[in-house]
Design a protein around this ligand. Structure first.
Ligand code: GLA
Length: 382
């Protein structure tokens, strides 16, 4: 990220200097679509994110400039002031969610830019939300704790973007720690850092560079299916609040009462919750073969049961298998984006070469490659 560009752009637009904050995107080793089911996730923050310079302006309106989109927006802070531009709605939403919680946010000038690839499933939007939630909390001395900052980002997605997401992305962006993945129990919000240095392996993302339309409505539909299945199970087992609390036996009891689609979605989630726990156990023994096997199982579930993969991602997963990659799966919400791959050092060069050649031949364009560097969460830079 070019800090000088942010600083010079802020100066050019507003004639002064502000404070600079940054928040990262994230990867997720395993535990996909489990967060809104009260299950476990295993994300880490990455070395790509959003950076914003910001300074209170006392003008009664926010003045915001997106360097990447070369677009400018102005808006007030009441509910009626929602800006048109979708990027500006994220900033507006964060302000509104803080105000709703009683935080005294004043208007400000800001310039921001990012290097999280958009639509790649690495949570550029959570990075943007966390940057502003963290910055406004710090600038206006609001005393909001880190979990609430993550929840402010999540509520922004729900109420100003229209995605009923879970807490994983914003949590990882705020709580990230260099060199560590974080296991989060999305029901109790207990979390534990796991230093992640798989000796002899690399963690690499292959970006399909496709983003399918309607991803957010399909995402919301998946969530609804899970809620339907949990509600049906709850009629027999009142203690089941989320699918995380359910077993396959409980799901099978209500098989005839729910749609075949809802059944498949719930089956995937129940299995995925268990896979995260299995991976944690395997990591404690440095058993990366098991970790990798679970990643392939997740891919299969996301593709065949949850149906959030696509031809391009299935293709990348097949190539990984063919090249003897230890683990590979679609990462994030799905419907395009990246696969995450755990690759032995001695297989890496061959895998990347083969994936680039085969993918380009089949789809007419190259995938993109990102080597994962696990990094710190939201912070003030200067
Ligand atoms: C998106 C959402 C997250 C999570 C993942 C799937 O990234 O924002 O809350 O549900 O999809 O694991």
């Amino acid at each position: 990220m070019d800090l000088n560009l942010i600083r010079s752009t802020f100066k050019k637009h507003f004639g002064c200097e502000g404070s600079v904050y940054a928040s990262p995107g994230r990867i997720n080793l395993i535990g996909e679509h489990t967060d809104y089911n009260g299950g476990f996730v295993f994300p880490g923050a990455i070395d790509k994110g959003m950076v914003a310079e910001i300074k209170p302006n006392g003008l009664g309106k926010v003045r915001a400039y997106s360097i990447d989109l070369d677009d400018y927006a102005e808006f007030g802070l009441t509910e009626n002031d929602a800006p048109q531009a979708s990027w500006a709605r994220y900033i507006f939403g964060v302000c509104r969610e803080i105000i709703k919680r009683g935080g005294d946010v004043q208007t400000f000038d800001t310039v921001f830019a990012g290097d999280v690839p958009l639509g790649a499933g690495m949570s550029s939007s959570a990075a943007l939300e966390s940057t502003y939630a963290y910055a406004l909390n710090d600038l206006f001395n609001l005393g909001i704790d880190k979990f609430e900052l993550a929840k402010i980002g999540q509520a922004t997605e729900h109420n100003y973007v229209g995605v009923n997401c879970g807490i994983m992305d914003q949590f990882a962006s705020v709580f990230g720690k260099e060199g560590s993945l974080i296991r989060l129990d999305c029901r109790s919000l207990e979390y534990k850092y796991f230093p992640f240095h798989p000796v002899g392996y690399k963690l690499v993302l292959l970006d399909s560079v496709v983003k399918h339309e309607l991803a957010s409505s399909a995402y919301n539909k998946r969530r609804k299916s899970c809620e339907n299945a949990a509600a049906a199970i709850r009629r027999n087992h009142p203690e089941v609040e989320f699918l995380r609390d359910a077993t396959m036996e409980m799901l099978n009891e209500v098989k005839a009462d729910i749609s075949a689609e809802d059944y498949m979605r719930a089956e995937y989630v129940i299995e995925e919750v268990q896979r995260v726990l299995d991976v944690c156990e395997a990591l404690e023994k440095d058993d990366y073969e098991t970790v990798g096997q679970k990643m392939y199982e997740t891919h299969y579930g996301m593709s065949k049961l949850y149906e959030v993969s696509c031809e391009e991602l299935d293709f990348l997963n097949d190539i990984a298998k063919e090249c003897g990659v230890t683990g590979s799966r679609v990462m994030g919400g799905g419907f395009g984006g990246c696969t995450i791959n755990l690759v032995k050092d001695d297989k890496y060069d061959h895998f990347i070469k083969r994936a680039f050649e085969a993918y380009t031949e089949k789809f007419g364009h190259e995938p993109k490659l990102y080597n994962v560097v696990i990094s710190d969460g939201a912070r003030k830079l200067c």
